[in-house]
Ligand binder design. Structure first.
Ligand code: ADP
Length: 404
């Protein structure tokens, strides 16, 4: 039986949507609306049956974006009334310590999501705005919030605690939350399936390398550590984020360069990472420039991969036994160069990449380790929309069995 879910990812200036069948995984329509709230018109791309339908749209706010989405469905299909939507699943970035799993959205849940905005000022207000307008547009469907942080709420205290004054930390809810949870959850399940092992007995290190990037140590399907922290700034080097850095850099810049907090925030979140090191944010450009011998690009690529390698070492120690290292997201799935450079010199730890298998381009899950490698190396395409749809179905199913 098909179970179509409308999945919505509402950002500050963009809205991504997808109708996906939670049973078959088939995406019936995929859309992106950009430049919401901008000075000029926005851009909508609605893709159905492999055909793209671009349009210029007036989207001064999220309500207008939601209306533009409905127009696109009405014009290009599928007909939402006929599809038989079962639920609307919303991506929400920060669930704090409050949400350890996906929830049905009522007024109280929505208010809590809004209250968590102080921990995720760039994300939660936009997520909440999307939820509000979607609930108005689809009042008869159950709406479910799926949190980026929820998968990591299982992290033990030892992994999520920062060594700072306890009272300050408690008062301001400062701890490690972690992000990309839907991706880490999906990919670690798929890894166990691929290996033909029960999830409970499978230990993996998932490397989600996209524009944002994070590593996750997953023991038996449970996140026990992850590289992002209070915010997505901690951990790996990313497109524009520094990742791990001595916090004293902030004091130093304030005292010696006279930079205020917002300027340092912008520096570390938007002007650092491989962009800050090389002037290039896109990994394809960076790899090309490095291959052409540009020293800044070569160093940026090496710093990027070296940081990932350090986290692999850390999580081998955290997990003790590791079945597989799993690469996912735009860079992890596509960049043979990054995978090879990251895993260089790890044979002594039982991790051996098969050079030829690594070069094969494919959209399928695959094993790229040598047959002798003790730890498998997998490439598994992530699918956050499908995971959100599945979790939405789980919540709706639980509710009907609870309330009917
Ligand atoms: P997001 O975090 O926005 O979802 P993605 O997971 O789509 O990001 O990843 C985007 C990144 O993937 C970009 O840095 C892009 O350069 C990189 N990428 C996509 N295709 C390739 C490729 N063939 N080789 C190297 N990097 C790639």
């Amino acid at each position: 039986m098909s179970k179509p879910v409308l999945v919505i990812n509402s950002g500050s200036s963009s809205l991504k949507y997808q109708v996906v069948d939670a049973e078959s995984g088939e995406a019936l329509a995929v859309g992106l609306i950009e430049r919401i709230g901008g000075a000029g018109p926005g851009a909508l791309t609605h893709t159905v049956g492999g055909e793209k339908h671009p349009a210029e749209v007036q989207v001064p706010d999220h309500a207008a974006a939601m209306a533009a989405m409905s127009d696109a469905f009405a014009q290009h299909g599928p007909d939402l009334a006929e599809v038989g939507l079962v639920a609307v699943g919303h991506r929400v970035v920060q669930g704090g310590a409050r949400f350890g799993h996906s929830v049905h959205i009522d007024e109280e849940a929505l208010a809590t999501i809004e209250q968590l905005s102080d921990l995720a000022p760039l994300h939660n207000p936009a997520n909440a705005a999307g939820i509000r307008v979607a609930r108005a547009q689809f009042p008869d469907l159950p709406h479910v919030a799926v949190f980026d942080t929820a998968f990591h709420l299982t992290m033990p205290e030892v992994a999520h605690t920062y060594a700072i004054d306890r009272e300050v930390a408690e008062e301001h809810r400062i701890r490690r939350y972690g992000f990309h949870g839907t991706s880490h959850a999906y990919v670690s399940q798929r890894a166990a399936e691929f290996l033909g092992q029960p999830l409970e007995d499978t230990n993996v290190i998932v490397l989600h390398l996209g524009n944002g990037a994070s590593a996750c140590a997953v023991r038996g399907g449970i996140s026990v550590d992850t590289s992002m922290g209070l915010t997505p700034l901690e951990g790996l080097v990313m497109g524009t984020r520094s990742g791990d850095i001595d916090p004293a850099v902030v004091f130093h810049l304030a005292r010696t360069a006279g930079m205020d907090i917002d300027a340092v925030d912008t520096l570390l979140n938007k002007r650092s990472g491989v962009l800050g090191l090389s002037g290039r944010q896109d990994m394809r450009d960076l790899v090309e420039a490095a291959a052409a011998g540009e020293p800044e690009a070569q160093l940026a690529l090496e710093v990027y991969c070296y940081r990932v390698r350090k986290y692999i070492g850390a999580y081998l120690a955290v997990l003790g036994r590791v079945d597989a290292i799993v690469f996912t997201a735009g860079i992890g799935e596509n960049s043979a160069e990054v995978r090879a450079l990251t895993l260089e010199g790890l044979a002594g730890l039982g991790i051996e990449l098969d050079g030829e298998a690594n070069l094969v381009r494919s959209g399928e899950a695959r094993d790229i380790a040598t047959s002798a490698s003790r730890v498998r190396v997998l490439v598994i395409p992530t699918n956050e929309e499908l995971e959100i749809a599945r979790q939405a179905i789980d919540v709706v199913g639980t509710r009907s069995s609870t309330y009917n």
